[in-house]
Design a protein around this ligand. Structure first.
Ligand code: PLP
Length: 411
């Protein structure tokens, strides 16, 4: 980054510091990952200079012959990866992808039904502080109080009672498999559209390690930067019959010029995801999450739903008379990043929470396996329990930095 160093030493220094932070700390944030160098090169390429409103072959600007190729490659690879009939790779992120679907499926004020944030859903699934809860009439389903699993009887009952125009299946903090087929049956019963948001589990879906919603849903949205390990961005998949509506909803409906550098980087990520090594990686992501959840359970931590089927799990810290805020801070102090998280039916404020969400996509990309998971479990427990012991905290931090030195973020 010699140019950046000369032109803007301040930002150069910020980037260096952040790279060093990533290199020397353990990232257990379930929505994060390390995009490959190839993805980063495409992101930082000359394609950032190009305006290309429209779609391949139908742009509002000249000089699009090469970016057209990039977008076609991204679309074709994504279709192949997920077996989708149509793909739009232009959404700048997951939230606008969701917004575009609501725009197509609903009129303002119509009823939508998604999972509540506190029980694992996303803000854009109808939360009252978000556009989805302000522009639409939002009904929220939760999980079963005893099992903490999605309660399809409750979802069916709510759907029949409120007759939503759109049902949203998908989550940001749910550690179990989602039955997309059942969701589609419920949606059909009440004549609702079904949108599945696979932002978190896209990598697992792409590799067949989680059931795909593509055959069942009218619309499938995703981010590209979580388990899928691509650049920051979003996408929408749909049946052919909705192709034109989806494309129009994104441009001119919601966005202007697509980020062609990001689209090229998405194409690279889809190519990487189509390789056999990607499936092995996703399998390890799940194995690592299961090893960590079990290890923490053995140390007396309660894991929401009792374990995990995917890349993440939620630790209920009430079993240790703690809250998410305290744990997040204690872990930060030793170089472990997690995100605090509500547990189902949490009585703590969302800013405090009773839990933390732990995910393994990033550490698995570094090459860590079961043995390292067991070390990390010990670090987590000690960092939380010994948080007031400054000497101990320094020792754990040192041990974590040493572990990180063996597993570089870029090979
Ligand atoms: N959908 C789900 C399920 C998510 O978890 C997220 C982000 O965490 C989003 C959508 C939104 O994605 P973005 O942050 O790219 O807008």
């Amino acid at each position: 980054m010699s140019f950046l160093k000369n032109v803007d030493p301040e930002i150069f220094s910020v980037i260096n510091d952040e790279t060093n932070r990533q290199e020397t700390t353990i990232d257990l944030i379930a929505s994060e990952n390390y995009a490959s160098k190839a993805v980063m090169e495409a992101t930082g390429s000359t394609l950032t200079n190009k305006y290309a409103e429209g779609y391949p072959g139908k742009r509002y600007y000249g000089g699009c012959e090469f970016v057209d190729k990039a977008e076609e490659l991204a679309r074709e690879r994504c279709k192949k990866l997920f077996g989708a009939e149509h793909v739009n790779v232009q959404p700048h992120a997951g939230s606008p992808a969701n917004m575009a679907v609501y725009y197509i499926a609903c009129n303002l004020g119509d009823t939508i039904m998604g999972m509540s944030l506190a029980e694992g859903g996303h803000l854009t699934h109808g939360h009252k502080v978000n556009f989805s809860g302000k522009l639409y009439s939002s009904v929220q389903y939760t999980v079963n109080k005893e099992t903490e699993l999605l309660d399809y009887d409750q979802i069916r009952k709510l759907a029949h009672e409120y007759k939503p125009k759109l049902i949203i299946a998908g989550a940001s903090a749910y550690s179990r498999a989602i039955d997309f087929k059942k969701f589609s049956e419920i949606a059909k019963e009440v004549n609702a559209y079904l949108m599945t948001d696979i932002a978190h589990i896209a990598g697992l879906v792409a590799t067949g390690l989680h059931e795909s919603p593509v055959p069942y849903a009218d619309f499938v949205t995703s981010t590209t930067h979580k388990t899928l390990r691509g650049p920051r961005g979003g996408l929408i998949m749909c049946k052919k019959e909705f192709a034109e509506k989806v494309d129009k909803a994104i441009m001119p409906g919601l966005q202007g010029g697509p980020f062609m550098n990001s689209i090229a980087a998405k194409a690279v990520a889809f190519h990487e995801a189509l390789q056999p090594a990607f499936k092995a990686y996703q399998k390890q992501v799940i194995a690592n999450a299961q090893t960590m959840a079990k290890g923490l359970q053995e140390l007396g931590y309660r894991i929401v739903t009792g374990g995990t089927d995917n890349h993440l799990f939620i630790v209920d810290l009430r079993s240790k008379s703690l809250n998410g805020q305290i744990a997040e801070k204690a872990l930060d102090a030793v170089g472990i990043s997690v995100s605090r998280s509500c547990v189902p039916f949490d009585t703590q404020a969302p800013w405090i929470t009773s839990g933390i969400r732990i995910g393994t996509p990033a550490i698995t990309t570094r090459g860590m396996k079961e043995v390292e998971m067991q070390h990390i479990v010990q670090f987590i427990d000690e960092a939380i329990m010994q948080r007031d012991n400054t000497q101990r905290v320094a020792m754990i931090k040192d041990a974590i930095a040493k572990l990180c030195k063996k597993f570089h973020i870029y090979g």
